[in-house]
Design a binder for this molecule. Structure first.
Ligand code: HEC
Ligand code: HEC
Length: 261
């Protein structure tokens, strides 16, 4: 007992015990740390496999066996996860019927299946990724600045108040009144259909956030007068008043005419 205690107190034993303990901790940590990425990689791999299966069943007839494109559908190589997420979550894909434009409908896939499809297409070639929570956080964005950017970049197609509008050849820019921040961001980075791609070089992330803040503010704006009249401003408001007043005057004239007889 005495012997052990004496040895424990020796500085050499103490420091070698310390080194041993540190070494053991390091070894355990290294083992745990090297296991985690492997597990994550296996998870992503099975997701890609699942996505490939779903892709071959539901998409390959139009987009080709390897996403290279086929007669009806464009190539998906390099469109990225964001494009798949946008197209499939909004129900545009799988395309129901050929037409001027893929229309948004109820999605045919669950969020997990959409994630798998996105992972598979992203594995074919690099492309825009699904926006992160940080990219979608526009709490600090400047709404007024967003309004200026919106009128310069988006209003010519989506209309000044975000109500949407017709384009050429039977195409149309949809109303933005129901769009979620994720849809807005994905639409900007992928440029669906005839919409241009707004890369970070032309529209930096902060500007995208400002636009998202502005559109969200428009969505939340109430119409104190009751009817929004498409938010077209004085023109529709004036037209409405003139039509209503003119109808009332005609009505009054007819009434006077009947009474006079
Ligand atoms: C019936 C044919 C058809 C099927 C099935 C189909 N697509 Fe498409 N897809 C198209 C066409 C046509 C377009 C181009 C549409 C447009 O520009 O309006 C397109 C466009 C896309 C785009 C946009 C490409 C880009 O350049 O950004 C993505 C992503 C996409 N499809 C994914 C899918 C996925 C995933 C599936 C399966 C769940 C699928 N599609 C099923 C015909 C199809
Ligand atoms: C040249 C015309 C054009 C411009 C400019 C344009 N868009 Fe679009 N946008 C479209 C079209 C067309 C679609 C529909 C694509 C489809 O259905 O595949 C669309 C779709 C969208 C959607 C998806 C809406 C939904 O209901 O799913 C959002 C969000 C959107 N645009 C936001 C924007 C923003 C923000 C800007 C400006 C930074 C912008 N767009 C500029 C034409 C345009």
């Amino acid at each position: 007992m005495k012997f052990l205690a004496a040895r424990r107190r020796s500085p050499i034993v103490a420091s070698s015990l310390l080194i041993l303990a540190l070494g053991a901790t390091g070894a355990v940590y290294a083992a745990v740390a090297s296991v985690q990425p492997a597990v994550a990689a296996v998870g992503a791999q099975t997701q890609v496999e699942d996505g490939k299966k779903l892709y071959l069943e539901g998409c390959s007839s139009c987009h080709g066996m390897q996403g290279q494109g086929a007669g009806t559908g464009p190539t998906l190589i390099g469109v990225g996860a964001a494009s798949v997420d946008f197209q499939v979550s909004s129900g545009r894909m799988p395309l129901a019927a050929p037409g001027a434009q893929a229309v948004a409908k109820d999605p045919s896939y669950t969020p997990e299946e959409v994630a798998a499809l996105s992972a598979y297409v992203a594995s074919l070639a690099p492309g825009p990724a699904i926006p992160t929570a940080e990219q979608l956080d526009f709490a600090d964005a400047d709404v007024a600045e967003g309004g200026v950017l919106y009128r310069v970049n988006c209003a010519q197609c989506h209309q000044a108040a975000g109500q949407g509008g017709a384009l050429t050849q039977g195409k149309y820019a949809p109303s933005l009144m129901e769009a979620t921040p994720k849809e807005m961001y994905e639409a900007m980075i992928t440029g669906p259909q005839s919409m241009p791609v707004f890369a970070d070089s032309t529209l930096p992330e902060q500007d995208k956030k400002a636009i998202m803040a502005y559109i969200t503010a428009m969505q939340e704006a109430s119409s104190p007068g009751g009817l929004s009249l498409g938010r077209l401003g004085p023109v529709t408001e004036g037209l409405f008043v003139w039509t209503a007043v003119a109808a009332a005057l005609v009505g009054a004239a007819v009434w006077i005419g009947i009474k006079a007889r």
